[in-house]
Design a protein around this ligand. Sequence first.
Ligand code: NAP
Length: 474
Amino acid sequence: MLYINGEWRKSNSGETLEVYNPATGELIDSVASGGREETREAIESAKEAFKTWKRETGQKRGKYLARVVAKMKDKADDIAKTITMEMGKPLPDAKREVGGAIAYLDWYAEEAKRIYGETIPASHPDKHLMLLREPVGVTAAITPWNFPASMITRKIGPALAAGCTVVLKPAPSTPLSAIKVFECFHEAGLPKGVANLVIGPAEEIGDEMTENPDVRKLTFTGSTNVGKLLLRKAANTVKKVSMELGGHAPLIIFDDADLDAAVQGVLVTKFKNSGQTCISTNRVYVAESIAEEFGGKLAEAAAKLKVGNGIEEGIDVGPLINSQALEKVESHVDDALRRNGKVLCGGRRSENTIGNFYEPTVINYAHDDMKISTEETFGPVAPIFTFKDETEIIERANHESYGLAAYCFTKDLGRGHRMMKELEYGIVGINDPAPIVPQAPFGGIKESGMGKEGGKSGLLEYLEEKFVSISTGN
Ligand code: NAP
């Protein structure tokens, strides 16, 4: 169903979209599929709602968000199950995602009442200078399938807290999670038109979102190529934009690192979500002197991960989202093997031939002319590269175009600090493979994006600054 102006409804054409389970290939459900017309209607309703929503106090907006939080907590298990069914991640990980999605909403429910302006020292005794922070306006949001609940709340939480109204387009492979999240908005009694959901063909919806002058803000999470396209389209009406795009994270292990912690670090950053995360490790760089030992330990641990349908108990690694994703992973592994890489574990599709499963894979002797060294694999493949010293690894770890996340394992505090400064990434985890919290900014530099989600920076994305100068003299 689409959710426009506070109502659940079908598309004008009656068209629907089918949703499949990537673990079984089975049809789960079909949902209404709208296009340009429905998107225009949703934008219109968001524009109308903005007139009153922007005037609500921060406290009141925060209270609405807190009610959504309560609804999401009630439905957490149901949302998690839906995530597992439509995108495949193991149920415990889906539950963690829902917890994260709620945490972002909860944080912004609080922040809604802390949107401050500033006074600015005047250069004349009879002047009073102020900076006001005001909501940008109608926001169009486009999200991917890999975190189908939390990607939504990370955008809608701060947008609504700031006083913006929203039209969301989720990925077509995961509309059911979006519908579940919107049920919480609906049941929380959010005023009609404040949050709208349009599901359907990307280009039609995207064109309306980018061309419609009533949309003042575009927030997108997805691939760098689509991000660039949307940036070009949004330029015609000079919209405020936030872009959370692709990544190619290095994970660097120095010879003084705690090897077991580093193995865990790779397991978490590479095999969770089957490697389909923008901050997934893509390159594991290991100091030459410990590379053989590390490779053995990692392969042993990766081989123990249980692959299967995430709805079953004890599963560590679920399926990839679709057959194209599976083919991309295969092409990266084939290329690595052609260029003398060696498989330490995995290296093939899983024996379960029904779903899109690929075995957790570790490849040794990776080098810089393999595809895997520059392109996002988006799958459970960890290539091990070696390095000699710090200067060399800083040069190689910094990617020509991506700059989202980087990780480093070392016990040397000074080295940790040097890496923190030298790594050209928006997020750096030093001995920490999970550097994501709602109160901190998340986002990339270079072609990994612009703007942040989370923290105070995430709220500023939905606020305009207005300068006011008052002459108090006669
Ligand atoms: P994608 O192909 O770029 O799609 C993302 C969203 O954009 C989907 O809803 C998609 O809908 C839509 N879209 C595609 N073309 C569009 C167009 N012309 N106009 C409007 N919308 C359009 O990315 P994906 O494969 O779903 O997601 C994986 C990518 O997202 C990876 O590169 C990953 O690194 C990145 N990502 C980044 C972050 C971050 O925070 N930086 C987080 C998660 C994922 P359709 O599917 O219908 O095309």
